[in-house]
Structure formats: C-alpha cells, structure tokens
Design a protein around this ligand. Sequence first.
Ligand SMILES: [Zn+2]
Length: 644
Amino acid sequence: MEIPRLHPDTIEEVKQRVDIVDVISEHVVLRKRGKDYLGLCPFHEEKTPSFSVSPVRQFYYCFGCGAGGNAFNFLMELGKQSFSEVVFDLARRYQVPVKTLEPKQRQELQRQLSLREQLYEILALTASFYQHALRQPQGEVALKYLKTERQLSEETIQQFQLGYAPSGWETLYRYLVEQKRYSVGLVEQAGLIKQRKSGNGYYDQFRDRLMIPIQDPQGRIVAFGSRTLASEEPKYLNSPETPLFNKSKTLFALDKARNQISKQDRAVVVEGYFDAIALHASGITNAVASLGTALSKDQLRQLLRYTESKQVVLNFDADSAGIAATQRAIGEIESLVYSGQVQLRVLKLPDGKDADEFLKSAPDAVETYHNCLLAAPLWLDWQINQFLAGHDLKQADQFEQVAQKIVKLLNQIEDANKRNHYVRRCAELLSQGDSRLISLYANNLLAQLKKPQLRSTTKQPSSSPLNLPLSSESSLLEEAEASLLLIYLHCREHRQEIIDALEEKDLLFSFSHHRFLWQQIMALKDEATQPPGDSSNRLLSLLQDRSIDFPEQMVQVAHLFHLKEKNQWEDILRAPLAIRHAIASLEYVACQKYRRYCIQQWQNLNPVTESEPMQYYYQELQDAEERIQELEKLRQVNLLEIVA
Ligand SMILES: [Zn+2]
C-alpha cells in the first residue's frame, strides 16, 4: 500500500501516544530491571540480554551492537519500513485519526482501514454461521466425524470454534449478501466466495467441509482451514490470501498457545490443524501448527517473540522421516539454526505416527508424548545420528562417506564454541568407543574445516585507567555470580541477605545458566522452606529433581551443588564477606557497562542541536565513574579481608 504524506499533526499525536515498551515488547521478551527493561537484542545474535529499553526516556539501546533510538527507529529498523509506514501503523494501533495532506488520499486511507474492520466482521459472522450449521441435521456427519474419528470433546469443539460449511453452492453467499447485505466485493475479498468462470454470479469457496477458523495472535479470525468429509480432493483447503491473511506469516492456534509458550519458554510446531487441536485437548498447550509442510522464517520469528531461550520443537509427520524431508520442512529457517538464532529440536514419534494419532494410541500416550518432547534432540544431533544410522564404520568406504557428511555439517556451524563441541562429539561417535582414536579423529575433522569467520569486534572504548579488558570483566562477573549462587545453595542463613542485596542494587544475573538457576531457585522458594532444626538441604534436593526436566541447563551449574574445591569452602566460611565482595563486583561491571553506554551516547549527539542530552549523558558518565572508583576501593578492602 502506498502511504501518502501524513499530516504533521498525526505524526505529533502518534509520538505523544506511543509507548516504546509496548511497541518493543511485541517483538522482544522484556523483563523489568529497575527503571528499565531488558531483553535479547533483535538486531544481533546474543544469549545474554543486553538490549535495554527506557520507558522514561522512550529510548532503546543495545550494549552489544550499539543499536539505539526511539520507537519509530525500532520499527523502521526491524521491519525495514519507511517512516510514514511506521507512523501509519502506529496511528492505527493507537487509534489516532489519520490526517494526510490531501483530502483524496485521506479518503483512501479511511477506506483501507474500514476495509479491514469489515473483513474481520464478516469472518467472525461466517464462523458463527458454520458453527450453527454444525449443530443442524446437515452438519450431523461433520459433528460425528469430530466426536468419533477425532475423539474431540464438546469443550474442544467450542474452544476452536469448529464448524461445518453446508454443501450447497450458494449457502454462505445468500446468507452474507442477500440476508446480511454485505457487498459481493467485500465477501469476495474475505476469501469466502468466488466468481463463476462464466462471469455470472458467485459460489461458495467452502462446501460440505469441516471448518476450522484461523485466528491471528490477538484472537481475531483472519481465515479458514477446512477438511473434506467426502474424501474429495484437496483433502485440506485454506482460504486464499486476503488483506488479512498471509499463509506464510500465520500460525494456527498461536492465539491460544502464546501465553504457555512464554511460560514454558518453548514452542511445539506440528503440521496439521488436528495435531495442534489434539495437543491442546491433551493439555499440551504450547503447540501451534504451520499451515503447510514447511516452516517459514516469518512464522518462526513470530514464535521466537514468545520464547526467551528460543526453544522450538518441530514435530512434523513421520512419513517424512528422513533428513532430506525434514530439511525441506525446515527449509528457509535452517540458516537461523546454524547461526544459533533458534534452538531447533526434532521430535519424531515412534511407528511413523503424527501427534494426533499418537495421542490416541494408548492410555498413557500424553505422558509419553511429554517425555518425548523433553528428550527431543537438537536438529544438529539428530542429523548426526541419522548420518551414522545404518552405516558400518568398520568399512573404510562407509566411514569415509559418513565423515564427509559430518564435515559438511560442521562447516555450517557459525559459532566457534558450538562447532568445537560438535567436533569433539563427532570424533567420539566415529571412534566407536576407542578412546585412543578420539583426538586423532577430532584433529582430522578440524583440519578439514574452513576457518571460522572472525566476527566484527565491537569497538573498544578509549583506554583509561577505569577500563578492564572486557574479557576479564566477564570472568569477574562469572566468578561473582557463581559465588553468590553457591552461598545461596549451601547457607540457608544467608539466603535472605542475598535476595535483599540484589534487590537493593537492582542487579540481575548476566550469564544465562546462572540466570536459569536463579529462576529455578525463586520458583522453588516457598516449597523449599523447611522447619528449623532440619539439617537436610531441601532446596538442593528439589533442584536436583528438576535436573531431569532441564538436563542441559542444569549440567552447567551442577558444580555448584557440591562443595568440592577449596575456594568454594572459603566462600562458605566467609559468607558475609564473600557476598559483599560478589555484590560489589556485580555492581562494578554494571557500572562499567553503563559508563560505556554513556560515552557512546555522548559521542553520537550533535553538540549544536542536542546540547541538553549531551549534558545529561556527561553528568551520568561522571556519576558512573565516581561510583566505579568507590566500588574499586570497596572490592580491594574486601579482598584484603578475605585474604587475611
Ligand atoms: Zn544488539
């Protein structure tokens, strides 16, 4: 759509109304941190949030890649949209009346706006029409199919607003156009009727079919999916593309799944409507369905908005069990897997069943499915297993074949650490238990790999005595965080002290595995309280129970569960001091980060036109440096005491 020039009043009013947190949190999972919000940057790849949003200043900034600006900049950058497009979308969202410079264009805009509204209305009405038809004698076959074949409960049928499209050629047409007086053009644009080839009249798009409304994330019906009841081709038929419906950008059941996806930090993607419906009916409510055989980038991006750790499990039909078929299903998102932007897992159900069939196959199928879900291997691991399956590595030619495939795969992994991990793993697999061969194979694999691309390093701040190298800043942080967690886990009497100190200084754990452990601790806090005099450590045993659910994250923090090393004992023995020291370190690193941020802001401002913000950042910078000096002293004093 061509956006006409907007009236300055409109731009101003949108500026007044727009809230940056509101806008950004639609695209990024944000967590409150003091006055600001923090999340994973959508503009660069990262595992630890460094993307901050300030509601007070209506401003965002990424400490990792330096992206920054206001709500308009954010949307322009994210959607590669023009300024006018962004303002126009926001105007619609905040219901600001759009004024354009020419009256003619204004009319056109109003028409576009009201078109969408009217299409929503028609689709909602149509869904009720189909729902009603399902309960009439003509819908008997359809209702029976849902209840017996699909074993759906009344509640599920209602929840998904399932319906029936009657078999006549013009049933819906007559209802909407003749009875409800909607214009033919509008109903056609909603994708519900088609013009006859002769040019004379229209007929219903869906006839004698089971109807499944497709909703946008806000729950508005934007299209329909349908299934034949008379073994007609095509078996499944969707609405055509309309102003409201773009198949490759829509996920079925996302409106019902999004809260659970956020909560469980994981999304399940299945292929069919009935797979998704069956999962929801079984209580697995973080499931959505792609509307085709492949998952598109746009669909994946929608999902990733709701999961912080980017966990997506793909459970596609098992008749496409091989690598090639799965690769097709993953299609355009494969590159996002290799670059680490999504933690994609593959779930293949036994006996080639799809989710719907599987859930009906046995009384305990739901539980089994749940376990399969948790055990689903990462796409990379799954592929490697597939390479090995059915090959006899003792045969030289077969060994060579497998090794070549592995090299090809490893070459695609962008992250050096991850790549090294897989080199080691593949070498272990190839060695078939002969440990003497592992390093030989690992070296062979490494020799065949391309050199990893050097990432553009972030600009180092100017050198001053205040600057630690960033790498030692990060090890300082890791050590301090680990020390706090260790004390928390092992010294019950200091737990509240740690919580209070973090809260008072507004500090968070930066490393994702530490943050994960902290989240678990907070979740278990009430359950873990135990009567005085009980010397067992209830928290630890609860956490160890949870390790089964989160094996990967827990393995990274498992060393904190046991007191083995000497320095761990030292931390415990001098807990109050160690806590103060660790908190000071955390605050120190946070101040350093903020200081760099201020410098960058300050440098980017124009001294002539932006002297006010310049002064602000200069003052902030000074305050940060002062605090850094204080903390430096504090840390040294603590250190002396610890050593003494
Ligand atoms: Zn960034």
